[in-house]
Design a protein around this ligand. Structure first.
Ligand code: ARG
Length: 461
């Protein structure tokens, strides 16, 4: 049997394999809410413009509401033979309200319909991501404030570099996530134009009002070119690009959580809530949640890449290739949502191990830069010379297996006679972080102020 929705010129039904490769209902049923909202807006506009009768529009709206209830109650029977969510809903509408259903598709095509539905879905998803990311920022900023003065090692090349504070480290992620949210908002702004009414590709001869449907669906305006309207998938690629960068940030943090919670580091403790045991090694507490956040990033970046490759060779206008946009995007955003929620959970759960952090902060001669800065400040030495003198003092400490505070004044003066015992006052990690008062620096006072600033900004949203 040919397709009841478009089979007029067909005498035979599709091959089984054709139906299988063609159908998208298995995944695009996720768009049911957006599809119904779009159809209701379209039908109301058609009636207001006198293109269909008001009572037909009412029947259509009531039928669509009934379908929404059926789907949400799990009572709707999705049919693969009907290909996709659009035809499934329209076909059911016909069963429910009869011939009036056939008027809904006036001045519309599935091409502008799917672009509209998917834009609405991406927009809803961006809003959900934004709310979840805000929660993560709140958790990070609160924890940062609580541990603004907790020293820890700062690394470059994963070698001890200079002491920083735990709060400062967490606030770095608040900044990154702030930019991620900004990118999602940028994408949302560009996305928010209504493709509905572009019809198949050329527009329509019916006197539709695309500004009306734009307003009722919360779009800022209609898209200006009908070909572009049905061919554009920038909006989802751009949202996936924002998602990829966000996932990269979460992944870097996840990697740090894995390192920090290892027995060799012991910088943080994660509770039983975010760890798992091993079936053979009784001592183990594995940071699986962090590892999976790290891994899910691959799927998210993969989705962006996959969709870029799908789109790069397509001539205008709609091509069936574009049906491949949804599964990837659904999976990517589901993964990101999960990753954000797991990261927020871990932030709330993690407790810094103060003594270990402090001990580690002082190891690796982490205050060597403070010593060099002291030589510049107190002895008016050029920084390059100070660097060299400090290097020789570090070599002495290293040889003796002690840290810089244990190098004697005699030993220091042997390297440079003008050094006085005032130098010891800058060699502790607490002094070091307290001295980093430049704007954006790690001094606990700065960190507290920045955490407060974020808390205020986030509370106002
Ligand atoms: N299921 C299709 C998709 O997701 C809907 C658009 C189909 N349009 C068409 N002319 N076949 O892209």
């Amino acid at each position: 049997m040919s397709n009841s929705m478009w089979g007029g010129r067909f005498s035979e039904g599709p091959a089984a394999i054709m139906e299988e490769i063609n159908a998208s209902i298995g995944f695009d049923q996720k768009l049911y809410r957006q599809d119904i909202a779009g159809s209701k807006a379209h039908a109301a506009m058609l009636a207001r413009q006198g293109i269909i009768a008001a009572d037909d529009a009412e029947k259509i709206a009531a039928g669509l509401d009934a379908i929404l209830r059926e789907i949400e109650a799990g009572e709707f029977k999705f049919s693969r033979a009907l290909e996709d969510i659009h035809l499934n809903i329209e076909s059911r509408l016909k069963e429910l309200i009869g011939d009036a259903a056939g008027r809904l598709h006036t001045a519309r095509s599935r091409n502008d319909q799917v672009a509209t539905d998917f834009k609405l879905w991406v927009r809803d998803t961006i809003d959900a991501m934004d709310a979840a990311l805000r929660e993560l920022q709140v958790a990070l900023a609160d924890k940062a404030f609580a541990h603004a003065g907790q020293v820890m090692p700062g690394f470059t090349h994963l070698q001890s570099a200079q002491p920083v504070t735990f709060g400062h480290h967490l606030l770095a992620y608040v900044e990154m996530i702030g930019r991620d949210r900004g990118r999602f908002q940028d994408a949302r702004r560009r996305l928010n134009e209504n493709p509905l009414g572009a019809a198949a590709l050329a527009g329509t001869s019916f006197p539709i009002d695309r500004f009306q449907t734009a307003a009722s669906l919360g779009f800022d305006r209609p898209t200006a070119n009908s070909l572009d309207s049905v061919s554009d998938r920038d909006f989802v690629i751009e949202a996936l690009a924002a998602a990829s960068l966000c996932a990269i940030h979460l992944s870097r943090f996840a990697e740090e959580i894995v390192i920090w919670s290892s027995a060799q580091f012991r910088f943080i403790k994660l509770s039983d809530k975010f760890t798992t045991g091993s079936s053979i090694m009784p001592q183990k507490r594995n940071p699986d949640a962090a590892e999976l956040v790290r891994a899910k990033t691959g799927r998210i970046i993969g989705a962006q890449t996959a969709l870029q490759i799908v789109m790069k060779g397509l001539p205008l206008a709609y091509q069936k290739d574009m049906q491949e946009d949804k599964e990837q995007a659904f999976d990517a955003f589901e993964s990101l949502e999960l990753a954000i929620a797991a990261t927020t959970g871990m932030v709330l759960d993690m407790e810094p191990e103060a003594a270990n952090l402090k001990k580690a902060a002082g190891s690796g001669f982490a205050t060597a830069t403070d010593l060099a800065d002291w030589l510049v400040r107190e002895l008016n030495m050029p920084f390059r010379d100070a660097h060299h003198v400090t290097g020789r003092i570090v070599a002495i400490a290293s040889e003796r297996g002690v840290d810089l505070t244990k190098v004697t004044l005699d030993e220091m003066q042997a390297v440079h006679p003008a050094i006085t015992d005032a130098v010891y006052s800058v060699l502790t990690v607490d002094k070091s972080v307290r001295s980093r008062t430049s704007y954006g620096g790690t001094s606990p006072k700065n960190v507290r102020a920045q955490a407060k600033r974020w808390q205020r900004v986030l509370a106002r949203e």
